[in-house]
Unconditional design. Sequence first.
Length: 57
Amino acid sequence: MNQAATISAAVPADVKAEAAAVAAAHGMSLAGLVRELVARVAAREAETLAWLDEARR
């Protein structure tokens, strides 16, 4: 199974475009942005977790 295609297909185009713009603004690739976010969540960084919780409300 190609997980990258499955994940990519599940993300709406406007969300991908916004994420790509954020990544570009920080001088990183979209993959780099995703890795950074995953690392911060895995480290249970309080600021990132609070931001994610707020976004869910």
